[in-house]
Design a protein around this ligand. Structure first.
Ligand SMILES: NC(=O)c1ccc[n+]([C@@H]2O[C@H](COP(=O)([O-])OP(=O)(O)OC[C@H]3O[C@@H](n4cnc5c(N)ncnc54)[C@H](OP(=O)(O)O)[C@@H]3O)[C@@H](O)[C@H]2O)c1
Length: 266
């Protein structure tokens, strides 16, 4: 089923994106790797090719509309089609809302939300011409449960979920599926890459019920095989989102106290 499927993955130079590229390549897909760090993409591309896979590395800043469009264009030029677009590139900001500058706020939306739209905008006509396609947007449980000191990131992921659901309805008649994969904490460089306005507790990773990026990659591959609107890789975090939706008045005081104590140094 994966044989020669063309899968474009943004944020493929690290973490979930790199693990997904390996998993897709193992299953026989042609993978198009996109991110800003060229050396990392080249190394991953060489690794996949050495194992008999087909891959290409295209350095791309998804926040730049022209670069996002060029990514799609080059993928089509090289391989003739795009079966799956995985919008995975993203990062977080931890800090008080008033400490986040307008520029930082604009930038995180530019990457986590606008970047998705730029890539979708370029890929949708291609998928429509093909008569099929699948867009997978990597969101977060923070797109379903807002966290204090995480307002900008949560804003991007809540918006991404709404964007994806609207797009999914819009494109269903064109045989283009839209999925959101919403992981809980994952053991990647995410926390190191996050802009940290408040100092996170050392060893925080150990306390966050982390899943591996390989596990998330397998879940995404499962979603490619059987497209679904919303996928939570962790049952526990699915429950967490449901509880918040049903009982925000109960959850919010707990989140307020818990997050401050568990995540940040005083
Ligand atoms: N780790 C978690 O706990 C967690 C939980 C829930 C959701 N997520 C989501 O999962 C996705 C992947 O995160 P991760 O955990 O794999 O983090 P990661 O290890 O830090 O990887 C992030 C990836 O995004 C890329 N990226 C960042 N800005 C970019 C830009 N402007 N243009 C193109 N690529 C860009 C990075 O590549 P370059 O720096 O080379 O550009 C890197 O490949 C994100 O959307 C994140 O919000 C993560």
């Amino acid at each position: 089923m994966f044989s020669n499927k063309v899968v474009v993955i943004t944020g493929a130079s690290a973490g979930i994106g790199a693990a997904l590229a390996r998993e897709c390549s193992r299953q026989g897909a042609i993978v198009v790797l996109a991110a800003r760090r060229r050396e990392r993409l080249d190394a991953l591309c060489a690794e996949l090719t050495a194992q008999g896979g087909r891959a290409v590395a295209l350095s791309t800043d998804v926040a730049d509309e022209k670069q996002a469009a060029r990514l799609v264009e080059e993928a089509v030029q090289r391989f003739g089609r795009i079966d799956v677009l995985v919008n995975n590139a993203g990062y977080g900001i931890f800090g008080r809302a008033e400490d986040i500058s307008p520029e930082e706020f604009r930038r995180i939306f530019a990457v986590n939300l606008f970047g998705v739209h730029y890539a979708c905008r370029a890929a949708i006509p291609v998928m429509r011409r093909q008569g099929s396609g699948h867009i997978i947007n990597v969101s977060s449980v923070s797109g379903g449960v807002p966290l204090p000191f995480n307002s900008a990131y949560c804003g991007t992921k809540f918006a991404l979920n709404a964007y994806s659901d609207a797009l999914g309805m819009e494109l269903r008649g064109d045989n283009i599926r839209v999925s959101v994969v919403a992981p809980g904490p994952v053991a990647t460089e995410f926390l190191d890459a996050a802009v940290q306005k408040l100092r996170l507790r050392p060893g925080l990773q150990r306390h966050l019920l982390m899943q591996s990026p390989e596990k998330i990659a397998r879940v995404i591959v499962g979603c490619i095989r059987r497209p679904r609107r919303r996928v939570y890789p962790s049952l526990l975090f699915w429950l967490y989102v449901r509880l918040y939706e049903l009982f925000p008045w109960l959850m919010e005081p707990l989140l307020r106290r818990g997050v401050r104590r568990a995540m940040f140094r005083d």
